[in-house]
Design a protein around this ligand. Structure first.
Ligand code: FA5
Length: 327
């Protein structure tokens, strides 16, 4: 009997060393510890042990039982601890989508507008965001006391008012005339800056696309036709638009085009335009007796609002992914 106890003790020590999983621990329990297991069955054999040996054998057997149970307990705790420290992975969960960026709706509009005007024969050029007062105002025939020069509208970079953040893309017209001879047929997209209070249709930093067409016999009728063709190409035939007479120091006559906002009765001004003023042609070094021209300046965020049916211009720059990813 004593030999048998030793044998089972050795077996327990040997097998317990190779237990690596919870299932293996369970098999160990079934083999040794349950009622019909090897350790318990030794207790049944106690009745055959001679009386004088019963005490010693009993002590040994009880020790075997205690040792094997504590081995089991120790391993059980080890596995429980490991389980608590392992993050549970639910393989049935759907994977995480990665957000693939899209072009900003304003950039999309710029690209669309460039394509449409390219088809109508316009080249593309750019000018600086930081302008001098001459190109932003004087060369464009702004009188010296014009309110747009006032601190309210213009961000001045130098206190002597020599450098400004351009308030519109029209100064690029002058730069084109200075560097090219007619015919000139160019669009000039870019960012502009105004000290404006913000509301649903006004930003302090926005984009314009300037257009300039100078040649012999360029007429206001052509300007109007081009604006209408552009609007139809961008929005389709259902679009409602209207022209209104307006005033800009650098064009004469001047007009503005409004577009009806989709699904509403509201009109929104999207572009200022007109025939280039002879004083402006002169500033650009162009013979105003020989050449005429027209110019226009679209507000790109306003065009984007109509294209996307957004009713607040500020939504374009709040960076709410739920808004931006729709377009
Ligand atoms: C101008 O800036 C003229 N330079 C346009 C022009 C060019 C006229 C060439 C004639 C010849 P105006 O300030 O109206 O004009 O602005 C032109 C367009 O920019 C507006 O029709 C509007 O669509 C947009 N715009 C003007 N102010 C804002 C603003 N604060 N926020 C967003 N868009 C604006």
């Amino acid at each position: 009997m004593i030999d048998e106890i030793k044998e089972i003790n050795n077996l327990i020590l040997k097998e317990s060393k190779s237990i690596g999983t919870k299932d293996e621990l369970e098999s160990f329990k079934m083999k040794f510890l349950v009622k019909k297991g090897l350790v318990q069955s030794l207790f049944l054999k106690m009745k055959d042990v001679p009386k004088e040996d019963k005490k010693d054998v009993g002590l040994l057997l009880n020790k075997l039982k205690q040792d094997s149970e504590s081995i089991y307990k120790e391993l059980e705790e080890k596995f429980q601890e490991e389980e608590a420290n392992t993050p549970s992975i639910d393989l049935t969960l759907p994977g995480r989508n990665s957000n693939i960026g899209t072009q900003h709706p304003v950039t999309q509009t710029i690209d669309m507008m460039i394509e449409i005007f390219k088809d109508m024969g316009f080249a593309v050029a750019e000018g600086p965001d930081i302008e001098d007062g001459y190109h932003n105002f004087d060369a464009l025939n702004f009188p010296h006391d014009h309110p747009a020069r006032d601190m309210q509208d213009t961000f001045f970079i130098q206190s002597d008012k020599e450098l400004v953040l351009r308030t519109h893309t029209s100064p690029v017209q002058i730069r084109m005339m200075e560097n090219m001879k007619p015919p000139i047929k160019t669009i000039m997209p870019g960012r502009v800056y105004r000290n404006e209070s913000l509301d649903a249709t006004h930003l302090a930093e926005f984009h314009q696309i300037e257009g300039l067409y100078i040649d012999e016999n360029v007429s206001m009728a052509e300007l109007k036709a081009m604006m209408m063709t552009f609007a139809k190409k961008l929005y389709g035939d259902n679009l409602e638009f209207r022209f209104r007479p307006s005033f800009f120091p650098f064009t004469e006559p001047s007009a503005e085009m409004d577009i009806r906002r989709p699904g509403t009765t509201k009109w929104m001004e999207v572009v200022g335009c007109g025939m280039v003023h002879p004083n402006v042609l002169k500033s650009g070094g162009i013979d105003s007796e020989k050449y005429t021209g027209f110019a226009f300046g679209f507000g790109i965020e306003r065009i984007t609002m109509i294209r996307t049916s957004l009713d607040d211009i500020r939504a374009l720059y709040e960076n709410d992914i739920r808004v931006l990813k729709q377009f």
